[in-house]
Design a protein around this ligand. Sequence first.
Ligand code: HEC
Length: 95
Amino acid sequence: MLAALLLAGLVGTANAADIAKGGTLYATHCATCHGANGRPVMPGTPDFRRMQGLMRPDMQLLNSIRAGKGTMPAYFGVLRDREILDIVAYLRTLS
Ligand code: HEC
């Protein structure tokens, strides 16, 4: 029983998004427009501190980021899905 719980914990950790990694990637790829800590720098950019643009499931955000939206470039081929999901997990800590 205990072993099963420990194992479940380990598996959970392996699958969980890496928020720290997401934060580093965000600083590199996203902060020019979305700003440090999600405070928008470029006009027309959602304010992540107010959860703007984030009120939808992770998979939809993944698609927006992969495909690009408005003036936001597409990140397909630049970032892997795993990395984008790490960033999304980071975005959800900003509000
Ligand atoms: C060149 C500026 C720019 C960069 C760089 C940029 N974004 Fe954006 N982003 C925008 C703008 C502008 C919008 C609003 C688009 C719209 O609604 O027309 C947006 C929207 C979004 C949204 C809301 C998507 C939705 O479906 O409404 C998310 C999430 C997001 N960006 C995440 C990111 C992430 C993560 C990165 C880095 C990998 C990034 N952005 C890089 C400008 C940028």
